[in-house]
Design a protein around this ligand. Structure first.
Ligand SMILES: [Zn+2]
Length: 243
């Protein structure tokens, strides 16, 4: 991906003149020098990437996120550049949790990645269809299932919560709860070790289900055209741990 820096220093000056309060008069200067302009991934650039390249790109982006060194992007420019087409490099399946900002977590911008989200990041036919679209139709090279610690959906599944449509939704997570038998202590969401075990097993179940239920994706995986990986996002540190 080609990157370039704007060379013109732009000083945005905002003055607030409070006639009635001269002591509060102030000038605020924001230096917008060196805002990064990142061009959108092209079809040729997407085609040249290997699944490992994409995985490394996500890992490097997460390092920048953890280091509070996110790329400053010109989103208006990116919106215009990507309006006619898209060639993202990966599809990430994440929970809906507001504390997991997927693009930021991997320091990615507009047009970089597809993101599918459902509470508890489980697989169903709609998610599989989205993954097939992202890879077979649109050329993405990596499927990443991203679970996270302190997941409310995982907590609810462990505790057997029942409410409206949530009850049926949690059935998708129950297989991970049932196979999680290593952690000692109570079978409740207060048991952090159990929650951690279920989070990881839920991601692994999703990976198995992708390969088992989608012949398109399993064939692409066997041919090395895509990789299918799992990871868990650590809420305390921002670190993504690949399984
Ligand atoms: Zn969650």
């Amino acid at each position: 991906m080609k990157k370039q820096f704007l060379t013109i220093t732009s000083i945005m000056t905002m003055s607030i003149n409070l006639a009635a309060h001269q002591d509060l008069f102030q000038t605020i200067e924001i230096n917008r020098d060196r805002i990064l302009v990142e061009e959108i991934l092209t079809e040729a650039e997407q085609a040249s990437l290997t699944p490992l390249d994409v995985l490394n790109s996500l890992a490097a982006g997460n390092e920048r996120f953890v280091g509070n060194d996110l790329t400053a992007r010109d989103h208006s420019f990116q919106v215009r550049e990507s309006a006619d087409s898209q060639f993202p490099k990966a599809i990430v399946l994440s929970c809906v949790d507001s504390r997991v900002p997927v693009e930021d977590v991997f320091d990615k911008g507009i047009g970089d990645i597809f993101v599918a989200r459902v509470a508890g990041n489980f697989i169903n036919d709609d998610i599989l269809g989205s993954m097939e679209f992202a890879t077979k139709v649109s050329g993405a090279k990596l499927i990443l299932v991203l679970g996270h610690e302190n997941c409310g959906a995982i907590h609810a599944a462990i505790d057997g919560a029942e409410l409206g449509h949530i009850t049926k939704m949690l059935e998708n997570i129950m297989p991970a709860v049932e196979i999680s038998t290593i952690a000692n202590g109570p079978r409740s969401s207060k048991n952090r070790l159990l929650v951690h075990e279920v989070v990881e097993n839920n991601v692994r179940n999703a990976l198995q289900k992708i390969k088992k239920e989608s012949s398109i994706l399993s064939t692409m995986f066997e041919k090395g055209e895509i990789d299918i990986k799992g990871a868990v996002y650590d809420m305390d540190t921002g670190v993504v741990i690949f399984l």
